[in-house]
Design a protein around this ligand. Sequence first.
Ligand SMILES: [Zn+2]
Length: 436
Amino acid sequence: MAVKLEFLTEDQQAIHFAKRYWAMDAEGLYLERVAELLPFRDITKPGVVAKYIREICQAFDENQSCPVCDGAMPINGRADVKKTPRRAYQTCDICLERRGKELAGRRAAERAELERHLGPHIYDMQNKTVSYKGFTDDTIIVLQAISILIGPRLLLGTFCLSDCEQLTPMGARDFIDRLYTEEVLVDDPTDAPNGTYLVEKGKLLIKKSTARYLLPPDTGRGREPEAIRELFDREFSDANALTNLWLDFAVTDVMRYMDNQCSLHNHDLDQEAIQKVEGLVRHGLRTFSVSQMWFIIWKVTRDAAALASRIYYSHEKATATIPTKIHKQLEAAYQGATLRNDWGRPEPHIAGAIGQVFNSQFGMNELTKGAEVLRLFSAISDKRKGEGDLYKLAASFMKETLEGQDSVAALDAFAVLIRSGLSTEDAILEIVNRGA
Ligand SMILES: [Zn+2]
């Protein structure tokens, strides 16, 4: 008999009944039909026999082996028995339970390892401070933009990537990543949902999509109003940082439009082509406005669509011409061809909070040409440098006056210039020039 029985009762009559139920000949044919076994005690219907048999004995079919331990598989009734030997698809109950325990053990070990890594990480993050004064101009602009989106939470709470989705027309990931890498922002595990952190090869990894970010307090001044003023009252002066941020932002404004136009015409650009276009756009934006770049994109994607509709021209081949077409348009524009600068912002395409800050701080928007943007930043930088020089001049005037033979005469001369209506700056310049 290919069915092995394990009895769960000591009731001899019941055991005998189960043996009769499972008895079969060498061919695997049952010796008695179920109906012939009845009545047995209060059981009179064949339909309930299998259930009763299961309660008093566990049957194993030796023709079906567990794929893990090779043991006979448990079966529920006569219909489950196989006439020829085979491997079962599923594991036996014992293996299933063992695997469940192993899995639970592994999960518990993983949890314990995560806790071990998270403990010191939480301590580090909670005790971190940064110098707001040391933030670069571009960092300050992005922080001001985040503050437009999340308000006081920038200083008093945590936020996630999706809270900042409207930082630029193409989301916030690159910009938040940069602040995180520069340790302007830190992550807060205590506020993040389960599954945000995991340990891989002994290293703590963070899932950016659910991470909670936090601006640490200022080193020294914590969250005092003076520290916060540092974030909002910055006198910008770093032309390089401002230019790069403007270009990064303006590229997203153009690429968002590119996305729209490509899906409108069914152009599917690969990653390499997109990077090429981004490079061209970034370079073009040093001279032209976002709106002018939109015009180029509008024209070349439309031309490529017209090309694709021609016989003997595939859609892929037409799409592949887009980067070169953009390049050609830019070359013509550099050589004097006119580019329209009235291409309007499409309805669903927002400028983003960084765009808002650039607009409020410097009055620039999608119509401002790149060359003007660069000139403006460079002028701001020169002005600050000039002011810096004035402070140096004033300091040297004071020093020379104090060290000089006749400090009263020097102060008198300065007072005369002021009385004559000169500003402090002009009076310093005049008196220093006289001395030279
Ligand atoms: Zn097994």
